[in-house]
Design a protein around this ligand. Structure first.
Ligand code: FE2
Ligand code: FE2
Length: 141
């Protein structure tokens, strides 16, 4: 399994943590399917999942950041918006050219870089901030 859930990513918001975990499992499933030569069949599944992930997860995560007055909210939202656009382009590409090895590779690359660049970095920063704030408020108490 190439991707693992890391406990330092935990935000303490069950819905958001669960969504991250599920996305990681789904991407691992896709990679496994590709290794078995069944990636193209798996493509529809993962696209459906990512579609609802984008709607539910981004909304839940952005609401949480807003509720804690997270200082990097604007740049975080920009990354979500960028991913949404990229995903729309990918869907169009698949709509016109079909599910094939090329669109499968494009999907895999996009999702892997989303984990590496966004979840493991940008989302991780929220968890770091939450822990620092907790520490600060426990010291002040
Ligand atoms: Fe995010
Ligand atoms: Fe996230």
């Amino acid at each position: 399994m190439p991707y693992t859930w890391r406990y330092n990513l935990e935000l303490g918001v069950p819905a958001v943590d669960q969504q991250h975990k599920r996305l990681i499992v789904k991407i691992n499933n896709l990679i496994d399917a590709m290794e078995r030569g069944e990636g193209v069949e798996e493509l529809r599944n993962i696209l459906r999942f990512v579609e609802s992930y984008i709607t539910r997860h981004f909304h839940a995560e952005e609401s949480f950041m807003m509720s804690i007055g997270y200082p990097d909210l604007p740049s975080h939202i920009l990354e979500h918006e960028y991913f949404k656009r990229e995903f729309q382009n990918l869907k169009q590409e698949i709509y016109y050219n079909g599910a094939n090895l090329r669109t499968l590779m494009l999907t895999e690359r996009m999702l892997c870089s989303w984990i590496n660049e966004h979840i493991y970095r940008t989302d991780l920063k929220i968890a770091v901030y939450v822990r620092e704030e907790l520490l600060r408020s426990s010291r002040a108490a």
